[in-house]
Design a protein around this ligand. Structure first.
Ligand SMILES: NC(=O)c1ccc[n+]([C@@H]2O[C@H](COP(=O)([O-])OP(=O)(O)OC[C@H]3O[C@@H](n4cnc5c(N)ncnc54)[C@H](OP(=O)(O)O)[C@@H]3O)[C@@H](O)[C@H]2O)c1
Length: 310
């Protein structure tokens, strides 16, 4: 089967190759992958992947072999999945890492959900109820950001979406942001919760905006900058402020089911800002890293899908 592999020895660090189809273990299904998404972290840190590994984590397609242990979806079911090796025409996933996609949800839209959706969902859950609380989302124009804005709004928060430049504000108010700001200078009052995707100086400034008792969920470090905290800036009178790391992608199935259900009902919108054939993976990565994508990049592995840049 065709797959996109980690290739540290070639320009761009990725190559197409014919590789053997993966063989499922007893608790895994074999999926015919039609669409996959490209995540910021996986393409910024390609060097962390062993040479020859099939890349990608987010997939959507059709089950072509059920799990031997009798768990999970049946042959022909449309599924979304999270796990290593999503950028291959066939991929195996544990039955705890897939969810059936309702007929009303486009498979390509479903492919946009796994990693960013779980991240937004789980970091917001970690802070408890956001009803009536001020939630700041940094890097809000990106994949995690656009879903965090929608889920925080769904939870009843006053949502402040922070983007890198004025040209990136489009669509965020329609997704539920009460305020859309460029950078952090315009955040005019302390916040209860921060979903922080940028790192570096952004993280330090955001920390200063957090109320006593508030929680900063440190999701990403897309700026690549160091964060230098001024002396005493981690001291606060009153209830403790917390900075919490995030990296929990365990047992994704139930949360994938929550996300596809919300998307199928139109409660959240998976935003696909770039879509095209997987043969254009280089263009896809350039668009993402070049901060030109509103939301997610989705690649079509289906040979008949053609190219649909948006
Ligand atoms: N901890 C985890 O398990 C986990 C899970 C998922 C993602 N992540 C990480 O979370 C981060 C966000 O992921 P994503 O998928 O949302 O990425 P994304 O789609 O690439 O979005 C990142 C956003 O960050 C902004 N940005 C980029 N460089 C910036 C800079 N130098 N200064 C300020 N803003 C900058 C961009 O803003 P503009 O568009 O406004 O220019 C972009 O919209 C990444 O670092 C990713 O690796 C971590």
């Amino acid at each position: 089967m065709q797959a996109l592999l980690a290739a540290p020895d070639v320009a761009g660090g990725i190559r197409f190759a014919d590789v053997p189809e993966p063989v499922p273990s007893p608790h895994q299904v074999l999926v015919d992958v039609r669409h996959a998404s490209v995540n910021s972290g996986e393409v910024r840190h390609l060097e962390l992947q062993p040479a020859g590994a099939v890349l990608g984590y987010d997939a959507a397609g059709y089950v072509v072999r059920t799990a031997e242990d009798g768990t999970g979806p049946g042959v022909g079911e449309r599924v979304v999945a999270f796990g290593i090796g999503a950028w291959g025409r066939r991929a195996v996933f544990g039955t705890d890492s897939v969810a059936v996609v309702p007929a009303s949800l486009d498979l390509a839209a479903a492919a946009a959900l796994p990693l960013v959706g779980m991240t937004a969902l789980r970091t917001l859950r970690a802070v408890g109820s956001v009803l009536g609380r001020r939630v700041l989302v940094t890097g809000a124009a990106g994949g995690v950001g656009r879903l965090a804005v929608q889920l925080a709004r769904l939870g009843g928060a006053h949502v402040i979406a922070s983007v890198g430049s004025a040209r990136r504000i489009d669509g965020l108010a329609a997704l539920g942001a009460d305020e859309v700001v460029v950078g952090l200078d315009a955040v005019d009052a302390p916040v209860d919760v921060i979903i922080e995707n940028v790192g570096g100086a952004h993280l330090v400034t955001a920390w200063g905006l957090l109320k006593p008792g508030g929680s900063l969920q440190s999701v990403g470090w897309v700026s690549g900058e160091p964060a230098v905290f001024p002396p005493n800036s981690t001291f606060a009178l009153g209830p403790a402020k917390t900075l919490q790391s995030f990296g929990d992608a365990s047992n994704p199935g139930p949360d994938l089911a929550v996300l596809v259900d919300l998307a199928a009902r139109g409660t959240i919108k998976p935003e696909v800002g770039w879509r095209g054939s997987w043969e254009r993976i280089g263009d896809a990565i350039q668009a993402l890293i070049g901060r030109k994508v509103a939301g997610k990049v989705v690649i079509d592995l289906d040979d008949t899908a053609g190219s649909h840049p948006r």
